[in-house]
Design a protein around this ligand. Structure first.
Ligand code: TNX
Length: 499
């Protein structure tokens, strides 16, 4: 009998259907991990996931060195990358192998990040049949192309709560994404508690863009979110957007304004009107305070300092502001990420520049990359998942055009710009801005299915990617999203099973 096709997204490097029989999960099946806290934490996630699918309790055991298969799901860390989380890890840190046959399932990786990726694969391999759950006999060897596979989430135009953000993190983990970039501040609201400047959230957190929700994350909520993500091999990178997109700060901190008076709350959709003023005495202390406090909250090596669309600023003042923010971040031991406009400033090698505006000539980015900055690829016409799927779509916007499933799938980050050294590409990030996306249902409807497409672009070598093959594998994910309670968009071109 021909084996049923596997619906794995992103497509692994090597998938071999082996001779053995499927593994049928039994009442005695347990998850077995090594004894470190990180391995046990991942084991708990694995056991919870399997419990859900099986509909009965799946236990958890830990052993010094998880041994041979005896009807269990074994997660074995072989050492070398334990506890490694973050975009600077190498793709081999997330490499894993997964072997399944009638004796059980063995997932092996250097550390828990790779095991987490293997666990996402295992979840997609589970076959729920009449009265039983099984895993087909396979041998999978897998690793990502890019070490940074992100989602940028705007919580400033419309706030999303910690429990909603946890749902987003779970979805990211399903598709092996590893960076959640939180756009925490903008003209419409300030969403993160800053101990040195409590007025920011006191005065500017309850407002939002039209139709959006206000709110903010306390430091404690933020740290808990970072931990929740880390347990799934996902790093949170916070963004404080400046020197443009700062109306919420100017509303809360009057000294940031030339006339010393607070600006009005802003709920519209215009961009580029607000700005810091480099020479005001309050500006540099503000920048240092907010970046210092964010650095304290940040376990990862990167801080995003924004830098986009400061449209009412002369270039030299813009450059001074970017340098001010970059210096403040570096003094806290952080590496800098910024939107593509920051290439106007002299940048340290290793700075990450996020490409987004496909309307601009990319030549300055290419020359910055030749001088040592690294590019994070978020071309709006491919990866901005707040763009409409089709004309007249009720959610999101269309300034970068329509973004169909094919658009978000059919591109290659390393050859997007002529003359770009491929090794300058640090990775790929999808983005979702929330001027016209206000609830979790609306959000997931924009993400699904396109987030899966961007995830495969970031994970799978271009030679292995094929749109028809992708849509065939993707079809089975629709019912899984429905079962998980996610709203999604049944775009044309995919044979979604009737449900
Ligand atoms: C451009 S992305 C922006 C955002 C908007 C977004 C809407 C970027 C660096 N700037 O301010 O929210 O378009 O798609």
């Amino acid at each position: 009998m021909p084996a049923a096709p596997l619906a794995l997204v992103p497509l692994p490097r090597q998938v071999e259907r082996t001779e053995g029989e499927s593994f049928v999960l039994a009442a005695s099946t347990a998850v077995v991990t090594g004894g470190s806290p990180a391995e046990i934490a991942l084991g708990v996630l694995a056991a919870e996931m399997l419990t859900q699918v099986v509909g009965g309790p799946v236990g958890l055991r830990h052993e010094e060195v998880p041994g041979d298969l005896a009807g269990d799901v074994v997660l074995r860390a072989t050492g070398g990358a334990a506890g490694q989380v973050g975009p600077d890890r190498m793709p081999q840190d997330e490499a894993y192998t997964l072997v399944a046959d009638e004796r059980g399932v063995l997932v092996e990786a250097a550390g828990t990040d790779g095991l987490a990726r293997g666990l996402s694969t295992l979840q997609q391999l589970l076959v729920t049949g009449p009265g039983q759950v099984s895993v087909p006999a396979v041998r999978i060897t897998d690793r990502p192309v890019h070490g940074w596979r992100g989602l940028s989430m705007d919580v400033a135009r419309s706030f999303f709560s910690p429990s909603e953000l946890r749902r987003v993190i779970e979805l990211m983990a399903d598709y092996k994404l590893n960076v959640l970039h939180l756009h925490l501040t903008d003209d419409q609201g300030w969403r993160i508690e800053v101990p040195s400047r409590p007025e920011l959230t006191e005065r500017s957190s309850q407002c939002a863009g039209d139709g959006g929700r206000g709110g903010f994350l306390t430091g404690e909520e933020y740290r808990a979110l970072v931990d929740f993500a880390a347990a799934r091999g996902i790093r949170v990178i916070p963004e404080l957007d400046m020197p443009g997109h700062v109306n919420a700060a100017q509303h809360a901190v009057p000294e940031l304004n030339v006339d010393g008076r607070p600006t009005e709350v802003y709920t519209g959709m215009e961009v580029g009107f607000s700005r810091l003023t480099a020479d005001l005495p309050a500006t540099e202390p503000f920048v240092r305070d907010v970046i210092g406090d964010l650095a304290d909250l940040t376990v990862g090596e990167y801080l995003h300092i924004g830098g986009d669309e400061a449209l009412r600023m002369a270039k030299d003042e813009y450059v001074r502001c970017v340098e001010m923010a970059a210096r403040a971040a570096r003094e806290q031991g952080k590496k800098v990420v910024g939107w593509q406009e920051i290439v106007a400033a002299p940048l340290e090698p290793g700075t990450v520049v996020q490409y987004w505006d496909t309307r601009q000539d990319p030549a300055p980015l290419v020359s910055a990359a030749r001088q040592g900055v690294r590019l994070l690829m978020s071309p709006a016409d491919r990866t901005y998942l707040d763009m409409h799927y089709y004309q007249g779509f009720p959610l999101g916007q269309d300034w970068a055009g329509l973004v169909t499933l094919r658009d978000s799938y059919d591109w290659e980050p390393t050859t997007l710009m002529a003359g770009l050294p491929p090794e300058a590409v640090i990775g790929v990030e999808a983005a979702v801005f929330t001027e016209k996306i206000h609830t979790l249902d609306q959000l997931t409807r924009m993400l699904l299915p396109r987030l899966a497409a961007v995830a495969e672009v970031a994970w799978t070598p271009v030679e292995q990617r094929d749109l028809v093959d992708f849509t065939t594998r993707l079809a089975a994910h629709g019912p899984a999203w429905t079962a998980a309670g996610h709203t999604w968009e049944p775009v044309p071109g995919v044979a979604w099973p009737a449900s």
